[in-house]
Design a binder for this molecule. Structure first.
Ligand code: SF4
Length: 397
């Protein structure tokens, strides 16, 4: 299981108490319904199947009920999709009620719900707030109508302003997702998006470069020559300008694509980037516990039927060896731009000494200026952040 030259540190080779990768303290719940399938979307989402929402919620509850022996204490809940706020008010109420029935959110816990700006109204915000939701993540993607059209988003920039007002008036935290590099966009498009969102004074932003995921509508248009990606240099400039502009407003880059004012980092996503355990329920949802990574099937009628027949909805799954788990932990932790990988923390979490596992990668990237090493912690440099995925992937080898 473990190479004889790469043994787990003897003092930590048997963990005598539950560690964060063993027992989940975070729960992900998936709501797959959307008004419309966006052109770039590769998520487990469906459009035009809202008539299945009631059965889906019953199926979701069945999945949770058969997995949990008692109400699970958690520090974070993240409801993603799909578009959770596509549920109508009464379905949203039932869903929140069920979530609270099965999960006990710790005092000061974080409960995030993703929302599409076109589907949020005051009634839904008030339901979410009444059940203890603390944070809304708004998928704005752009404020440029041409970019929204290319991305096949079906909301308008005004919906974002309206949604932010509703959330702010309810006293909830909020974040906005933006995408840079849509075909046809130029530097000025992105700069305008940044200035527009900054005018809203956010405490958290997620900014992603557009990816043409295989099989999506946008990918098919790319294959057919109907759209062109923007050039790499412009995309890199957009990314760099994001880091600098947001830093100037006090939004520090704490992960390759995420920026927050101090104390507003997404705690749930930090669980993923620490490779800690988490529950995952619903269509296509991933879960991770004790090194077992499993993902549910992505076929909506199939998922519902399996749950109705008392069957399991697990699709692909993989039991990671201790070394594989440790390497994955390194690839995820290095994404945390500020925290990086602290050697002691890494040893405590994985049982492996970072340098025994990854000396060639560390030396290579320190010498090429992509990571810094102060003796206790390694972190991505600015150049390293620009090549974050490449550096992270090296820790797998
Ligand atoms: S709203 Fe989100 S989940 Fe739904 S289709 Fe668009 S990108 Fe996909």
């Amino acid at each position: 299981m473990i190479d004889t030259n790469l043994k787990m540190n003897s003092e930590s080779s048997h963990f005598n108490s539950a560690l964060p990768w063993m027992i989940p303290r975070a729960a992900y719940l998936h709501i797959p319904f959307c008004a419309h399938k966006c052109g770039y979307c590769d998520f487990a989402s469906v459009a035009g199947q809202d008539d299945l929402a009631d059965r889906y919620l019953i199926a979701l509850e069945a999945e949770i009920r058969r997995s949990l022996t008692s109400r699970a204490p958690v520090d974070t809940i993240f409801v993603g999709g799909g578009t959770p706020t596509r549920l109508n008010a009464s379905q949203l109420f039932k869903f929140c009620e069920m979530t609270r029935q099965y999960f006990e959110l710790a005092p000061h816990g974080e409960w995030t719900v993703e929302a599409n700006p076109g589907t949020l109204d005051s009634e839904k915000v008030s339901i979410l707030r009444s059940f203890g939701v603390t944070r809304i993540s708004l998928g704005a993607q752009s404020f440029d109508t041409a970019a929204l059209a290319v991305l096949e988003r079906n909301h308008k920039p005004a919906d974002v302003f309206r949604s932010v007002d509703l959330i702010r008036n309810a006293g909830l935290n909020w974040s906005v997702d933006l995408i840079f590099g849509a075909p046809g966009s130029v530097m000025a498009t992105w700069e305008n998006d940044l200035e527009t969102v900054l005018n809203l004074a956010p405490n958290h932003l997620s900014c992603y470069g557009l990816i043409f995921e295989k099989g999506t509508l946008l990918w098919k248009q790319l294959q057919a020559g109907l759209v062109n990606p923007i050039d790499e240099e412009t995309e890199a400039n957009m990314y760099e300008s994001t880091i600098d502009r947001l830093a100037a407003e006090g939004l520090a880059q704490y992960e390759i694509s995420n920026y927050a004012k101090p104390g507003f980092e997404c705690r749930h996503n930090l669980v993923y980037w620490s490779n800690d355990a988490y529950f995952g329920f619903g269509l296509g949802a991933a879960r991770y516990q004790n090194g077992l990574r499993a993902t549910n099937i992505r076929d909506l009628p199939g998922y519902i039927k399996r749950m109705e027949n008392g069957l399991d909805a697990t699709g692909p799954s993989e039991q990671l060896s201790p070394e594989e788990r440790a390497r994955e932990t390194a690839t995820l932790m290095i994404r945390r731009v500020q925290m990086g990988i602290n050697r002691e923390d890494f040893l405590a979490r994985t049982g492996f000494i970072l340098d025994e596992l990854a000396t060639p990668s560390i030396l290579k990237h320190v010498s090429s200026g992509l990571i810094t090493d102060d003796g206790t912690t390694i972190r991505l440099t600015r150049s390293g952040v620009m090549l974050g995925d490449t550096v992270a992937a090296d820790f797998l080898e």
